[in-house]
Design a protein around this ligand. Structure first.
Ligand SMILES: Nc1ncnc2c1ncn2[C@@H]1O[C@H](COP(=O)(O)OP(=O)(O)OP(=O)(O)O)[C@@H](O)[C@H]1O
Length: 774
């Protein structure tokens, strides 16, 4: 019989805290050897190793002294750790003293300026984007040509058809609001464009005149010829200035429009409900923010220039053609209806294709952004090839759509070219006959031909402008979708929510709360959950993975609202409280804390910077900075991160890298802890705060939390899988099947033969024998 089997036979399940190893030979140490090894161990962070050694000692097991010895060694080790960390403990104590005696950190306000509290607090529109899931199948250029051709034909049977096409563009009407502030610059740029085009359009008339001077030659008109030439030089000099001014002004206008659009879209994105982010990829949103806004501003400015130029060219060409020969004008005017029809047809096709193209581009950007930001995982799992293949597939979609757009545009351009060239052939043929009949001079026919060419160009430019405009309509729709969706942040912040005046009881109460995530409404995560966290109490949430522990923190911070029941803070339904104020009272360390790519100091004081921006009145800046510095250092002491920060050459000014990548997991957690304490919250929500800390640091962080709760009256809700953390809590709530299945102290729950005890036993088994639990 193996040692393990013998041990199991002697000690039935649950009789002792630590079960036997499932397999493998157990080292047979004597008690003396075990103790000698335990005492020889360096104390820092080794309690679990020592205890494991003792557990594996056969002699101790059979002597039945295991449990007693484990407790004895544990308390000795913890005592030793405490002695070694005395400086740390002093630091925490110093930080705590500061925390309790100092006012709020300079520049941080826990109350919203009253001026911002107005409006209907409870109004929260449920409108959500319906844009997802657009059909992609119908993207063949030929198919679209067929479908849209019929539609355009139906429209154009009515004379006002073209107008209704232009009028139906609601997205662009919304975008034009962003153009309005630039009206003055746009008018100036358009005037420059007008002047430039006028100068250009004088050339054919001048050229015609010169031809008539030289054919047949008139030597007496040489002076006039020189004058015409100098006149043209002066004219084109003016055109040159106008062209330069136009390009500069249009660039400024375009960039201003994109800047305004980007800021507004970004602000709208940040203000969305959480479910908005549940549904969308970051890369896709970034694409809307950058690519779509660029397309819109480019098209708006470039097209405006093009439209002004083409309109002026068109009007001048028509005027000159009518002056020269009404008969020939009729021939050139025949080009108008087919050009307009082609433009509208191509516009419809290109609009649909470009929307699909931007969606596909956004999907491929989202894919690339996710994989680049998760490069460590990609590298660790060796999925580079796979990701490249997936990305190639997504870019293939982009390519296909771009190709189809190219085909549609190519057909359209070719058809337009043919129509305009046919009109020129007609003009040359009929014009030559008129010259032969003596009705027109050669110079007039030359000028006429040049104006006709200009007319053709202006028409095709106008049609192109329309095509570009419809192309950008896809982007406009994607941007307007974001701009016009429910601006939740705005309505929340301006709500008539209450800001409680201290001192108030920071009591958290869940009252029969039921909740399902909006993405999966049928899957109830919490059902009738009720519990309280009293001020100064540490309540631990325990339960299997996925039982809804983190969800409770999200609901408390109002990232989501429950479908049923009520959550109260300080005795008030949190939906009646001002959300900004509520969040200022809560210190949260999320499960996977995110640090921004900035210095440690700026990450910790992030709320202070936010308050600064929102215009919280402050005192003298230097005074604020000096106090803020002291506050920051004390908070770092309290959060037990001073020791490692001091080791960095740049100290608090050390850059943490993207998502805090230049720090260890435990360091990130402690900085996130400091960040959550910076604004002196009354309620702490700690989601596995110590999961990446060694035993010593875990003990220190727990000590800080206990001090905050028991000495400062801060209410604490901790989520933990570690038994050591659960043991330190005043009360444990055990979640199972979306409800609080058991609650009580650690000792009470572990004596009961219930779910919690099973959970503890499983955890211990996993801890001591990781392989046997699998
Ligand atoms: N945004 C979301 N949309 C839909 N379902 C979600 C979302 N976030 C979490 N869930 C689901 O809600 C359930 C509870 O998740 P939660 O993160 O609260 O669990 P947990 O108890 O904190 O788990 P763990 O201990 O592993 O952190 C899980 O089944 C999860 O799949």
């Amino acid at each position: 019989m193996s040692h393990a089997a013998r041990w199991r036979a002697m000690h039935p399940r649950g009789a002792v805290p630590a079960p036997a190893p499932a397999s493998g030979p157990a080292p047979s140490l004597t008690l003396a050897q075990a103790l000698a090894r335990a005492l020889a161990m360096p104390t820092s962070g080794t309690a679990s190793v020592v205890l494991r050694r003792i557990d594996s000692c056969v002699y101790l097991r059979s002597a039945g002294a295991l449990s007693c010895l484990r407790n004895c060694v544990r308390s000795t080790l913890v005592r030793n750790a405490s002695t070694i960390a005395q400086t740390q403990r002093d630091r925490v104590a110093r930080g705590l003293r500061w925390y309790s005696s100092s006012p709020l950190p300079p520049g941080v306000s826990q109350e919203q300026p009253r001026a911002r509290i107005h409006g209907n607090g409870s109004s929260q529109s449920q409108s959500q984007s319906q844009s997802a899931g657009r059909r992609r199948s119908s993207n063949s250029a030929w198919r679209l040509l067929h479908v849209h051709g019929r539609k355009v034909w139906r429209r154009f049977r009515r004379p006002w058809g073209a107008l209704t096409v232009l009028n139906s563009n609601t997205s662009f009407r919304r975008i034009l609001e962003f153009v309005k502030p630039q009206t003055n610059l746009l008018i100036a740029a358009s005037l420059c464009q007008f002047v430039q085009t006028m100068t250009t359009m004088t050339f054919p008339a001048a050229a015609g005149k010169i031809m008539d001077m030289i054919e047949p030659p008139h030597p007496e008109l040489m002076d006039q010829l020189a004058m015409v030439a100098w006149g043209l030089v002066a004219l084109f000099a003016v055109g040159c200035v106008a062209a330069s001014a136009r390009v500069t002004l249009m660039t400024i206008v375009g960039e201003r429009i994109s800047r305004r659009l980007r800021i507004d879209v970004f602000a709208k994105i940040l203000g969305k409900r959480m479910e908005f982010f549940d549904r969308r990829h970051t890369g896709e949103l970034v694409n809307r923010l950058s690519a779509d806004t660029t397309v819109i501003s480019r098209v708006l400015t470039d097209n405006l220039s093009r439209t002004v130029r083409s309109s002026v060219t068109f009007s001048m060409a028509v005027a000159w053609l009518l002056v020269y020969s009404p008969k020939l004008f009729l021939i050139s005017a025949m080009v108008l209806p087919p050009t307009a029809g082609l433009a509208v047809l191509a516009g419809r096709i290109v609009r649909q294709l470009s929307r699909q193209y931007m969606d596909a581009l956004a999907a491929s950007t989202a894919h690339a952004a996710e994989k680049i930001s998760g490069i460590r995982t990609v590298r660790l799992f060796g999925t580079e090839e796979l990701e490249i293949t997936r990305y190639a597939k997504k870019t293939e979609d982009v390519y296909q759509l771009a190709k189809n757009t190219g085909i549609a545009e190519g057909i359209y351009t070719g058809a337009l070219y043919f129509v305009s060239q046919m009109s020129l052939v007609g003009i040359l043929y009929c014009g030559s006959r008129l010259v032969m009949d003596g009705e027109l001079s050669v110079g007039t026919l030359s000028a006429f031909t040049m104006y006709a060419i200009n007319l053709g160009f202006s028409l095709s430019n106008l049609a192109n402008a329309y095509g570009q405009f419809t192309k950008a309509q896809g982007s406009a729709m994607r941007v307007v979708e974001i701009l016009d969706e429910d601006p939740i942040l705005h309505s929340e912040r301006n709500s008539a929510g209450v800001c409680l005046v201290p001192p108030y009881k920071a009591r958290l109460e869940f009252d029969k709360v039921s909740f399902a995530y909006p993405m999966a409404p049928q899957n109830l995560i919490l059902q009738n959950v009720s519990f309280t966290v009293e001020p100064g109490e540490i309540v631990a949430l325990a339960g299997a993975s996925g039982s809804g522990k983190s969800t409770i923190t999200y609901l408390t911070a109002r990232l989501y609202d429950p479908q049923q029941g009520m959550i109260r803070f300080g005795g008030h339904d949190i939906q009646t409280l001002n959300s900004d104020w509520l969040r200022s009272q809560i210190g949260v360390v999320p499960q996977d804390p995110l640090l921004f790519d900035d210095t440690i100091a700026k990450n910790i004081t992030i709320r202070r910077h936010a308050a600064h921006l929102s215009g919280t009145p402050g005192t003298q800046q230097e005074h604020v900075d000096a106090n803020a510095d002291a506050h920051l250092r004390h908070i770092c002491d309290l959060a037990t991160c001073s020791d490692f920060i001091e080791k960095f050459p740049q100290g608090l000014d050390t850059l943490v890298g993207e998502r805090g990548s230049s720090l260890s997991g435990g360091q990130r957690q402690r900085i996130a802890f400091a960040r959550s304490l910076y604004h002196k919250p009354r309620l702490l929500l700690m989601d596995e705060l110590t999961s990446q800390l060694d035993a010593e640091n875990e003990a220190m962080v727990s000590y800080a939390i206990q001090s905050l709760a028991h000495e400062e009256g801060v209410s604490v809700l901790v989520i933990a899988h570690r038994l050591s953390t659960l043991r330190r809590a005043d009360r444990i709530l055990f979640l199972a099947d979306g409800a609080v299945a058991e609650q009580g102290t650690y000792d009470e729950l572990s004596q009961r033969r219930g779910l919690f005890r099973g959970y503890v036993e499983a955890s211990q088994k996993q801890r001591f024998h990781p392989t046997s639990a699998q």
